[in-house]
Design a protein around this ligand. Structure first.
Ligand SMILES: Cc1cc2nc3c(=O)[nH]c(=O)nc-3n(C[C@H](O)[C@H](O)[C@H](O)COP(=O)(O)OP(=O)(O)OC[C@H]3O[C@@H](n4cnc5c(N)ncnc54)[C@H](O)[C@@H]3O)c2cc1C
Length: 481
């Protein structure tokens, strides 16, 4: 029951992780909540992102492991040639998607959230327009409104999609077929994860990167070791500094590659399929933001630290935005955290987010992870603040657990302040890097120093000792400086 004269205390537009967490948190705190969703409940992460891609990575990772006879023979294991059924791997991902989606929907229903199916938009102060799937249009009022409309794949000009031979991650997660030769445009985390899946399942991959090196968004030291394993060591031909200026679907798919600086045609390729993994754009076009004088930054909705939407730099009352559409760190756990923080602020509890302590992971085999500043950012920050930047490296090859697994190619790089010992960032490549980064992220969030952290005892033998060694090396540098 709304405590006000509005139809709802809170209307959330978009039921991805950002909208879901906001709606659930608000309902659990006694608010009357409506959530509007135009597609499937759960948004990108559940239906077209984290969930199906991690299911495919889990299955293809097992195929990779069982097919690696060299690696297995070092343990004295000789497995029969590995066989797999593409359809069943795809089913595994699809089943997981429906399970997670159903659980999420039931959780909202149990919390008392009203699920409204259709397209939402702003219709003035504290008003939301809803065009239902059957075409009926109505206007609902709410004390507060949260925009959580997420993002969609970005497709550069010149690339024509047909969804079958030229597609984005939206279709790739269905694993409808396995092309003999696939070109992946983009070497960010989505491109890398699909390269991992496709190569494990026997496809030949050409990776096309417009910037001058592959994996341009990753730490350069981590890239060196990761690219050696994840790209050069596999059936992947990587091309950087070239633009896929024209891609025409069909059989074969035709690709024109141009030089990034001169735009001159440098190569033509014919492949069986193309996955376009060139980033994501915010879904904010149809929200009628201009009616409240909100100007986006290339579609991203400007917000302040408490998730209030800004108009001309000033927060608008009762209007909030969370998740990918705000362009902060486009990750599911960021969206969810922002959703909770927005509701806390609506409830009158002042809360903000420290984006620098939010970790990110790429779930390749092995994984890559990071938190906080890159080395360049840390170095700029140290020059600005006048302190010395500390950098230490801890190697998996000195770790007993990694050696026991015969998976000792890995590196952790820790960036810290040499004056206070505070952590500024960490970058990891190696077995279970996605799990290892959490410890550093927690330490960063709590502003713990490497001296304190170096005294914490880690279980032996575990991969977490890679982190312990980094802390100890950093603490030694502090003591000796
Ligand atoms: C292949 C892939 C793998 C990924 N893997 C990971 C991972 O491992 N870990 C991770 O943290 N992140 C991952 N991500 C990113 C993650 O999916 C997003 O960061 C996350 O989904 C953002 O959540 P959101 O709530 O902001 O938006 P979304 O999940 O995009 O949800 C927004 C929802 O709003 C709905 N909507 C939009 N406009 C309207 C409207 N006008 N009216 C009604 N409804 C509307 C959309 O239909 C959608 O359901 C991955 C993404 C992809 C594509």
């Amino acid at each position: 029951m709304s405590k006000t004269n509005f139809d709802f205390d809170l209307i959330v537009i978009g039921a991805g992780y950002g909208g879901f967490d906001a709606a659930k948190h608000a309902a659990e705190h006694g608010m009357k909540v409506g959530i509007i969703e135009s597609r499937e409940m759960g948004g990108t992460c559940v239906n077209r992102g984290c969930v199906p891609s991690k299911a495919l990575l889990a299955a293809s990772g097992k195929v990779r492991e069982l097919a690696d006879s060299d690696h297995l023979s070092k343990f004295g294991i000789h497995a029969a040639p590995v066989r797999f059924e593409r359809r069943k791997i795809a089913d595994h991902a699809n089943n997981l998607v429906s399970n997670v989606r159903n659980n999420l929907t039931k959780t909202l229903e149990r919390a008392g959230v009203t699920i409204l199916r259709g397209e939402g938009r702003l219709a003035g102060d504290q008003k939301v327009g809803l065009r239902e799937i059957n075409g009926v249009d109505r206007v609902l009022s709410a004390q507060d409104v949260i925009l959580a409309t997420g993002s969609d794949p970005f497709v550069p000009p010149g690339i024509e999609l047909d969804g079958r031979t030229v597609f984005t991650s939206d279709e790739a997660v269905n694993l409808e077929w396995l092309p003999r030769w696939i070109a992946i445009i983009g070497s960010g985390y989505i491109g890398l994860e699909f390269a991992d899946i496709y190569t494990a399942l026997g496809c030949e991959v050409t990776m096309i990167e417009a910037l001058d090196r592959v994996m341009p968004t990753f730490d350069p030291d981590i890239t060196k070791i990761a690219a050696r394993n994840l790209i050069t060591g596999r059936d992947i031909d990587a091309k950087s500094g070239v633009l896929a200026s024209k891609v025409s679907p069909g059989c074969p798919v035709k690709i024109e590659l141009s030089d990034v600086s001169t735009r001159k045609l440098v190569e033509e390729l014919e492949v069986d399929a193309v996955l376009v993994a060139t980033g994501r754009v915010p879904s904010s076009k149809n929200l009628n933001l201009t009616s409240l004088s909100v100007e986006t930054n290339k579609g991203f909705i400007p917000i302040d630290d408490s998730m209030r939407v800004l108009s001309n730099g000033r927060p608008l009352p009762h209007l909030w935005a969370v998740g990918d559409v705000t362009g902060k760190l486009m990750l599911a756990h960021t969206a969810a955290a922002q959703g909770t923080v927005a509701v806390e602020n609506i409830l009158g509890n002042i809360r903000t987010i420290d984006y620098r302590s939010i970790p990110a992971a790429t779930f390749t085999h092995p994984e890559i992870s990071s938190v906080g500043f890159s080395e360049d950012e840390a170095s700029d920050f140290s020059a600005q603040e006048g302190f010395q930047l500390g950098i230490v490296r801890s190697y998996f090859k000195a770790n007993s657990k990694a050696l026991a697994e015969l998976e000792s190619d890995g590196l952790m790089k820790l960036l810290f302040r040499k004056d206070t010992g505070e952590i500024l960032g960490a970058h990891i490549y190696g077995l279970h890097a996605a799990d290892l980064i959490q410890e550093v992220a927690n330490a960063l969030a709590r502003k713990q120093t490497v001296i304190e952290l170096s005294r914490e005892v880690h279980t032996h033998p575990t991969l977490s000792e890679v982190v312990e060694v980094a802390y100890k090396q950093a603490a030694n540098q502090l003591k000796s400086s």
